[in-house]
Design a binder for this molecule. Structure first.
Ligand code: SF4
Ligand code: SF4
Length: 136
């Protein structure tokens, strides 16, 4: 399992994006425990929060994912892993149209030169469920 190599700092995109079953929060909705400092139940946060790390926070030397690509700056949350013997990227829009506007659009184009990239558009709950069930 990847480890965090960076601090989330001010980013809270995954807290907003995925929905937390314990708190019955919907996807693309603020989690009730988001606060200015991050998470007001951080020490007791649910298992699904503990195991979730986006790609950006797990790397500090990937030239495609520099500081400007932090999810709250791009509106895109990337996850990568192996699926059926090939490397695949999942890209979740946390903000509307983020995958078709800069800088995310250019990054997706670069990744697509080498990899399969699957995109979940903003508010597409069925796609979100489908892609997260891949358990990358
Ligand atoms: S999207 Fe990534 S950087 Fe942002 S809060 Fe979640 S894990 Fe941290
Ligand atoms: S419980 Fe905390 S870490 Fe989990 S989604 Fe809510 S604010 Fe984020």
């Amino acid at each position: 399992m990847p480890k965090a190599e960076r601090e989330c700092d001010g980013c809270q995109e995954c807290c907003f994006l995925f929905g937390i079953s314990k708190y019955e929060s919907d996807p693309w909705t603020d989690c009730p425990h988001q606060c200015e400092g991050g998470c007001d139940v951080y020490e007791d946060r649910p298992k699904e929060c503990r195991k979730y790390l986006c790609h950006w926070v797990t790397v500090d030397d990937d030239p495609y994912f520099d500081e400007d690509m932090r999810p709250d700056k791009t509106g895109l949350v990337f996850v990568t892993g192996d699926y059926k013997l090939q490397r695949i990227w999942l890209c979740f829009e946390s903000r509307p149209a983020a995958s078709v506007t800069s800088p995310g659009k250019e990054l997706i184009e670069k990744l697509r030169e080498k990899y399969l990239v699957k995109i979940c558009m903003y508010n597409n709950v069925a796609k979100l469920v489908q892609l997260t069930s891949m358990n990358l």
